[in-house]
Design a protein around this ligand. Structure first.
Ligand SMILES: [Zn+2]
Length: 213
């Protein structure tokens, strides 16, 4: 099947020429976008339209198409692995991962992976020049919607463990967002000035993250 690149990911699609007045897009559970072309449009027109509305299409794709695909795929830091049954700890090879049925092993693995990366981030940003991040407490937790949270008084930051499935730049962005709350509690202009200094691309990354999850 052909694929179009949306948000850095290959999204499969199928095109059928129809005698319709309009072009219709269907998000199929089998994991692809079905394009039914209007009589006066060609494939290129449809793809241009998708690209022009990339975020919307990607969000719908993830919502409607990915669920069934997800059962066979495991993502670690944005890289996809084919999921296979295992009975020990998670064992990764080039493109497969053996995963035990015991979910507690999976959560332990993910928390450890996230904790390790967060300590890398603390090292990298220790001398950031704007925010004192010595003596902060970082915790990982599985949250439904929030990517992170910060208690400036206790200097405690929570990072959503689910982020371990996405590219590392999203965790980095959330980390930087939360450490800015050590200085500014609310999302005022000063907060965003500071965030911009630490993370010049934060607008782009935030938009991608919203589309992903
Ligand atoms: Zn915030």
């Amino acid at each position: 099947m052909k694929a179009i690149r949306l948000n850095g990911r290959e999204v499969p699609y199928r095109v059928t020429a129809k005698n319709n007045k309009n072009t219709y897009y269907y998000f199929k559970r089998d994991g692809y976008i079905q394009i039914n072309l209007a009589h006066n449009q060609n494939e290129r027109d449809a793809l241009n339209y998708i690209t022009a509305n990339e975020t919307t299409f990607y969000r719908k794709y993830l919502k409607h198409c990915v669920r069934t695909v997800d059962d066979s795929v495991y993502r670690l830091w944005g890289k996809e692995y084919r999921r296979m049954r295992g009975d020990d700890d998670l064992i990764f090879s080039d493109d497969t991962v053996r995963i035990p049925d015991d979910a507690t092993r999976v959560t332990a693995f993910e928390k450890a992976a996230m904790t390790e990366y967060l300590s890398e981030l603390v090292d990298r940003y220790m001398d950031n020049g704007f925010i004192d991040i010595k003596n902060i407490t970082l915790r990982t937790r599985y949250a439904k919607t929030r990517h992170g949270s910060c208690n400036p008084r206790l200097r405690t930051i929570n990072i959503n463990t689910h982020l371990v499935h996405l590219d590392k730049r999203y965790t980095e962005y959330v980390f930087l967002h939360e450490i800015c709350h050590l200085v500014h509690a609310n999302h005022g202009p000063d907060f965003y000035d500071l965030l911009q200094r630490l993370c010049p691309d934060y607008r782009v990354i935030r938009r991608e993250l919203k589309a992903l999850w």
